[in-house]
Design a protein around this ligand. Sequence first.
Ligand code: PMP
Length: 414
Amino acid sequence: MKDWVREAERLRADFPILSQRHPSGAPLVYLDNAATAQKPQVVIETLARFLKERNSNIHRGVHWLSQEATALYEAARETVAEFIGAESAEEIVFVRGATEGINLIAQGLRRAYFGPGDEILLTQAEHHANIVPWQLVEEELSIKLRPIPLREDGSFDWVEFHAALSPHTRLIAITAMSNVLGTEMPIAEIAHVARQRGIPVLVDACQAVVHRPISVKEWGVDFLVFSGHKLYGPTGIGVVYLRRPWGEKLPPYQGGGDMIRRVSWEKTLFAPPPAKFEAGTPAIAEAIAFAEAIRYLHQRVGWDFIQAYEQYLSDYAEQRLGNIPTLKLYGTARPRGSLWSFTLEEVHPHDAGTFLDQAGIAVRVGHHCAQPLMDAMGVPATIRASFAFYNLPSEIDHLAHSLERVVEFFSPVG
Ligand code: PMP
C-alpha cells in the first residue's frame, strides 16, 4: 500500500495544477475527476510545442509545416485506434467530445437506418448526452426510447433487459460506466446478445475508458464514444469509433471542406471515412496533445497501477464515508470505477459542496446530467467525489473529516 501511495505522489508531481492552494489558503484537493481530469505537464508541453513549432492547417498543404501537422494529426488517430483495439485508424473520427460523437451517430442513423416504430434500448443511468440526441430523432421519426431500470445496487438488470428486447429493438445505446454510480455495465455480454439478434450496440465509454483498458474488438460493439478531457487530455477533442462498414453506411454529419472528394453545383462526392465525418478544420493541436496523454497513461502510469490503486482509493473512500452515520452511498455494485455519489441527511448537496470548497475540496454537486437517474433514485441531487490515480488516501481523510464538520454544522441545535 505504502508503495502505491509513493507512486501516486511521484505521479502527482507531473500535474502542475495540483500543487496550487485554494484561495482560502487550504491545499487544493481535486475530487472532480469524473467531470474533467487534470493535465500532466507533457500534455501541456505538447500542446504548446505544436502551437509554437508546427502550427499549420492539415491535409491540403504542400509545405513543410502542413505536412508535419498532418503527419502528427494522423499519427494521433493511429494512437487512439490502438488504444481502444480498433482494427484500423479509418474507424476513428475526431470530434469535439462524446456529446458531439453521439449526435453524429444519432443523425447518421436517423437518415440512413431508423424507421417509424423502431426502438432504442438504454439504461436509466444514461448521461443526458446519451438521451437527448435520441430524443431529437424520436421527435422526427416516431421511434421510441426504452430505458431499462437498474437493480437497487446500481447493477445491470438482465431480467429488465430481456423483457425490453423485442423485434422492434434497432439499437442498444448504453453507458459502460455510470458517471453517477460508478457501476460498470456488462458490455461484452450485452453485445453478445445483441449480435445474435443483429442489433448494433453503441457504448458511451466516457467514464469507463479512464479506469480500465478497453477493446472494441473484444467487446464486439459497433459504435463507441469518449472525450479527451476526462482522459487527461485537452478539451475540444473526442473520439467516435465507427466499426466497419458503419463509416461507409452513415451519411456525413456536417458538410464543408476536407470531407469531400469532388464538389460541383450538380453533385458532391464525399471523401471516404473518417474524413467524411470531419468537415472543416479540426482540433489539430488538441488531437496531438490527446495522443500524448494516451502515451503518458501507457508508458508512465500503466493500467496495472491505475486499476489496482483506483480500486484501493474507491474501497478506502467507501469505508471512510460509510462510517459517517447520516451519509448514504448510492450504487454499491461491483465492478465499479473510483467514484462515489452520496447524500447527507438534512443537508442540501449544494450547501455541502460550498462548505467543502472552503476546505479546498473540489467535488461535484447536482444532478450530474443524469436527471432520469436522479428521478429513479428519488433525489434531486447528490454529492460526487471522483478519484484519479494522483489522488491520495490523505485527501479522502480530509474529505471525510470535512463531511463530519458539515454534518455537525447543519445538525439542528438542541
Ligand atoms: N457520458 C458520460 C457518462 C459522461 O460522464 C459525460 C461527461 N460528464 C458525457 C457523456 C459527455 O461528455 P462531454 O461533455 O465531454 O461531451
